[in-house]
Design a protein around this ligand. Structure first.
Ligand SMILES: [Zn+2]
Length: 302
């Protein structure tokens, strides 16, 4: 009898799992958080690759073509993904998170030096749209909280049997994020106002949320190689800026950082906004936020 029951249990066909793919590791982690206990997503942009300029390998294209649901930031971050996502299967759903209702958007910053002082962008809200916005939206933890909900809702439609699990996981993730948000806010209190620059203008959401703004960026938001004029502008401004730190990124060399800070007493560190150096688990997004804050404290405090 016992044998028979065991046999019956084994014979119940496994429920067909939905295939979920994600663009970057932070989105992977948010989706994996919501899916925990019901499978896990696949990652298209490998950790350590540059999301702005990635060339998809055949295995990545295949994963995308077979997806039931694709969560991605949107074409502003990864222009090369726009075409493959538009050719997803007829029953597949693409969810560009930057288009989520209620998402906090920031306009692009202009130039190599951001000015500072006159910091009021609140009047811009309402006019902003995702086309004209800085695409690095995941670095605002408020957006992370929103995305967990958006992901749970989209997954519930694709896999209604697990809707309760998705909702529960999302809620727990949101609670953890709010706690981490408050802890980071307190941690960064000790280094607010210390001048720093970043390698590419990809951290504005984090800076804005925690009120710790860079004075400039070597490359623009799209991470294109900067022109000579932009480099010269930064290089000229750095000696008088009391610059404490220049942040590089794990997926890029530090040649540009050296060009701008050469001969000056400026510390360097890295900001890992994509989680390139963080184990690929559901916790990656939370670890990413904490480690960015730790890098800032380490380098700015000296
Ligand atoms: Zn970027």
């Amino acid at each position: 009898m016992r044998f028979l029951i065991a046999l019956l249990i084994c014979a119940v066909p496994a429920r067909a799992e939905i295939r979920v793919v994600t663009d970057i590791a932070p989105v992977y982690a948010l989706v994996a958080t919501v899916m925990e206990g019901a499978g896990s997503p696949e990652l298209i942009v490998p950790q350590g690759a540059s999301v702005h300029h990635h060339a998809m390998r055949p295995s990545e294209a295949r994963a995308l073509a077979q997806a039931d649901v694709m969560f991605w930031i949107g074409p502003g971050l990864a222009p090369w993904l726009e075409k493959p996502v538009s050719t997803l299967g007829a029953d597949a759903v693409g969810v560009p998170l930057i288009e989520a209702e209620g998402v906090h958007l920031l306009p692009f910053r202009e130039g190599a030096l951001f000015g500072g002082g006159d910091h009021d962008h609140s009047h811009d809200h309402g006019h902003e749209d995702e086309e004209a916005s800085d695409p690095h939206v995941w670095l605002d933890p408020d957006n992370g909280v929103l995305f967990l909900q958006v992901i749970a809702d989209a997954l519930a439609k694709a896999d209604p049997e697990n809707a309760d699990l998705f909702a529960r996981n999302a809620k727990q993730g949101q609670e953890r994020l709010r706690k981490i948000d408050a802890e980071i806010d307190e941690k960064l209190g000790q280094v607010r106002g210390v001048p720093f620059i970043v390698l590419h203008d990809g951290f504005h959401y984090f800076e804005d949320h925690f009120a710790i703004e860079a004075i400039g960026a070597i490359s623009g938001s799209d991470a294109q190689t900067p022109g000579a004029a932009r480099l010269a502008e930064l290089r000229a401004a750095v000696p008088d800026s009391r610059l404490a730190c220049a942040f590089g990124e794990p997926q890029s060399g530090d040649k540009l950082i050296q060009t701008v800070t050469e001969g000056l007493d400026v510390r360097t560190d890295t900001l890992d906004s994509l989680g390139a150096k963080i184990p690929l688990t559901p916790a990656l997004y939370e670890v990413l936020l904490i480690s960015m804050a730790d890098s800032m404290v380490r380098c700015l405090k000296g």
